[in-house]
Design a protein around this ligand. Structure first.
Ligand code: PAF
Length: 284
């Protein structure tokens, strides 16, 4: 395939992917909510490197937004996104409307739930969010039947959730995590960075700096993570962040950090209209 073809219906994308499948092509899927930035394009590049046909989905999924969250305000830029995807060598774009994805209505949609992973960290502040994410991603896996699917490590909890769901529901899809793309000053790229004023944008790299400081402390031998975390929270609050959580967790489960095993330092904080998340790993 060469030029980007856009499909809005499930039937349309299924038959395009089916036609590639019968020719023995390997399918790579990059699920997104659009408003694409270089972080998304890293996912596309990873997919392009290992698949014959690259499918990107753009769907702002109402099921993963809570009441009062930014579903209506979430940036949408389909024409620009199509241009970027065409330039990046994507073959198929699946851009359904809400009625196509939830024909029985959102309130009647069956949902997948994995409480042990979805009610902690981001799941505490955003009840139901990950049920909506898991549900839409499994629908996308059923629709697109990908051999490989690509997700950013910036959404680390989401990545673990999707890996676990794919495994527990016996999908043959391999779920790949792609390292977080950052601006030169360290801020993780996110579509929600558009909500930052200039003043808030100047402060935003402190999030990544705080994670790095904690990682340095751990690498230097600190055992009392709570102290490092408290110092980090104070620094963030002093700069005007409303810290939702800042935690050192076990990297494999996001449960409590034990004496061994890799760690993941996780943060979510609000500044102005923007809710920012970030995380980094510490190998042990
Ligand atoms: O990370 C996102 O953009 C979304 O949560 C995803 C995975 C596309 C599901 O809507």
């Amino acid at each position: 395939m060469s030029e980007l073809t856009t499909h809005n219906s499930i039937q349309g994308i299924r038959s395009a992917i089916g036609a590639a499948r019968v020719k023995g092509k390997r399918i790579g899927l990059v699920p997104t909510m659009g408003s694409l930035h270089d972080g998304h394009l890293d996912l596309v590049r990873a997919a392009r490197a290992n698949n014959d046909v690259v499918v990107v989905s753009i769907f702002v999924n109402p099921l993963q937004f809570g009441p009062g969250e930014d579903f209506d305000a979430y940036p949408r830029s389909l024409a620009e996104d199509q241009q970027k995807l065409g330039d990046a060598g994507v073959d198929l774009l699946f851009a359904p409307g809400v009625e196509a994805m939830y024909p029985d209505g959102q309130e009647h949609q069956a949902e997948v739930r994995l409480p042990s992973l979805t009610q902690i960290l981001c799941g505490e502040g955003r009840p139901g969010h990950f049920d909506g994410v898991g549900t839409v991603v499994l629908k996308l896996f059923n629709i697109c039947t990908p051999d490989n699917a690509y997700f950013g490590e910036k959404d680390y909890q989401q990545l673990l959730l999707i890996r676990t769901l794919a495994h527990q529901f016996d999908f043959p899809t391999r779920v790949h995590g792609v390292p977080t793309r950052r601006a030169d000053d360290g801020l993780a790229l996110s579509s929600r960075n558009q909500y930052l004023t200039d003043e808030q944008r100047a402060k935003a790299p402190l999030l990544q700096q705080t994670l790095q400081d904690i990682a340095h402390g751990i690498n230097a031998g600190a055992k009392q993570y709570d102290r490092l975390v408290q110092t980090g929270k104070l620094a963030l609050r002093a700069a005007g962040f409303d810290v939702e959580y800042l935690e050192v967790r076990d990297a494999a489960t996001l449960g409590e950090a034990g004496a061994t095993g890799d760690l993941r330092i996780m943060v979510a904080a609000n500044i102005g209209r923007a809710r920012l998340i970030d995380n980094i790993g510490v190998e042990r």
